[in-house]
Design a protein around this ligand. Structure first.
Ligand code: 13P
Length: 249
């Protein structure tokens, strides 16, 4: 049975106090035991949010780590720094970082390696642009992202990953992939993973959908056979909305 996961990605939003209030609200909300809740919070808030959530089965994720272990990289955060705060997850390869920070598949491969070496679980993001989708090449494009950043891993390490499929055209646009589009891509990814690592490993990997997930559409998307939850941006900033999403499995 794959893990069902509701992951939030706050991106560069909320004050410290607003974040704390949100964590307290999620903590006190009734949450199903079988759903793993993860919050991707801004780096300066990692420790504070972790301290609030630690006893309540809400895990905290960093939104990025640097691709070098340490050194003269002013303003950057290393895997060991994140790990030293007690954090267990990190989002790697979000499309906003691929676009604005020009993160390549090759660089993301290094980040994945460093994260695993530090026992941080990567939530690895992939997804195609609207142009790629319109050309019909989305399966090849997303498979290539996985191949170039992840397929060097041994099966035992690959099994530790969480994958998030986030079509760029559906992020923050209000436009969601249809449940069938999400299912088709998730199924294609699982098939692609099975060809590399075998069916057992492919069946065990949680693949999340991200892109305008809301309380009103989460149930139908999460109800698809190969969709194991969501990576949620805007709707994770509101306790009520995110709680409803956590209840949508
Ligand atoms: P939205 O849910 O705001 O579309 O963002 C999705 C996302 O990028 C999560 O990482």
């Amino acid at each position: 049975m794959r893990k069902q996961i509701a992951a939030g990605n706050w991106k560069m939003n909320l004050s410290l106090e607003e974040g704390q209030t949100l964590c307290h609200a999620l903590k006190s909300a009734d949450r199903p035991q079988n759903v793993l809740t993860i919050l991707g919070v801004p780096c300066p808030y990692l420790k504070s949010m972790h301290d609030i959530c630690i006893d309540d089965s809400i895990c905290i994720a960093a939104q990025n780590v640097h691709h070098e272990k340490n050194g003269a990289y002013t303003g950057e955060t290393s895997v060991s720094m994140v790990k030293s705060l007690g954090i267990d997850y990190v989002i790697i390869g979000h499309s906003e970082r691929r676009e604005y920070q020009k993160e390549s598949n090759e660089m993301l491969k290094t980040k994945v390696d460093l994260a695993l070496e530090a026992s941080l679980t990567p939530i690895f993001c992939c997804g195609e642009s609207l142009d790629v989708r319109k050309s019909g090449a989305q399966n090849d494009f997303v498979s290539q992202q996985l191949k170039e950043s992840l397929f060097h891993l041994e099966g035992a390490d690959f099994s530790k990953l969480i994958i998030a499929y986030e079509p760029i055209w559906a992020i923050g646009t209000g436009e969601t992939a249809s449940p069938q589009q999400a299912q088709d891509m998730h199924h294609a990814l699982r098939t692609f993973i099975a060809a590399q690592y075998g069916q057992d490993i492919a069946n065990g990997i949680s693949i999340l959908y991200g892109g305008s997930v809301k309380p009103g559409n989460a149930k139908e998307i999460f109800g698809q056979a190969d969709v194991d939850g969501g990576l949620v941006g805007g709707a994770s900033l509101k306790a009520d909305d995110f709680t409803q999403i956590i209840h949508s499995f």
